[in-house]
Design a protein around this ligand. Structure first.
Ligand code: FNR
Length: 189
């Protein structure tokens, strides 16, 4: 069985290192996982004033989350939290009240930063948000990736064999986690 994983890149930067990590990650993924980006850069800043007549950008973002078997969020840490754009997108998905798109959708979080703790604090904030939104999260393994020169080779692959092995395991575990969650919470049910 193939699972459709919708992914969010937390950074809007053109040269985002988290986007580069994501692309390297997908090359290591088990064949049962198929990845599709869910972009959010065109969403206006959310306010509940939109709830009465949700704009198309918000509706299609929600639909894309809901159409996914699982969500993977690959995000930097900004000021020890998640980037504002990502939080804004999650707020859009969570509303109008009673239509939270993340409910019961399995999720995973991962991220990279040049700093030594590799987005650990930002990921904790994100886990708190996803918990509130009732998304079953893969708790373990965690992946805090310190981005260093040479981490990726010229083909955009993870250069270091031990890191590649670790990330391959992360994705295998994510696959197992998705399969287990969907056994008890089938999509479309
Ligand atoms: C950062 N950066 C950063 N790094 C970190 O490890 N912890 C942090 O709290 C922050 N805070 C932070 C705030 C803001 C506003 C910016 C722009 C940057 C540095 C950050 O890790 C670095 O810019 C990465 O390149 C961000 O990843 P993307 O956006 O390139 O994917």
């Amino acid at each position: 069985k193939t699972y459709n994983v919708g992914y969010l890149i937390g950074s809007l930067a053109k040269e985002s290192i988290n986007r580069k990590l994501a692309q390297a990650l997908f090359k290591l993924a088990p064949p049962q996982l198929s990845f599709k980006e869910i972009p959010f850069g065109d969403l206006p800043l959310y306010t509940y004033d939109y709830d009465a007549d949700y704009p198309e950008a918000g509706r299609s973002f929600k639909k894309a989350i809901e159409a996914s078997d699982a969500i993977l969020i690959v995000t930097p840490e900004y000021n020890r939290s998640i980037p504002g754009g990502l939080k804004n997108a999650i707020d859009w998905a969570s509303r109008p009240w009673g239509t939270n798109s993340f409910a019961n959708i399995p999720s995973g979080v991962i991220g990279t930063s040049p700093g030594a703790i590799g987005t650990a604090v930002g990921q904790q904030h994100l886990r708190s948000i996803l918990g509130f939104l009732n998304s079953p999260q893969m708790n373990s393994p965690e992946a805090y990736i310190q981005f260093k020169d040479g981490m990726l080779n010229d083909a955009g692959e993870i250069a270091d064999a031990a890191t590649a092995k670790f990330l391959g395991t992360y994705l295998e575990e994510f696959h197992g986690f998705i399969a287990r969650v969907l056994t008890v919470l089938p999509r479309g049910a």
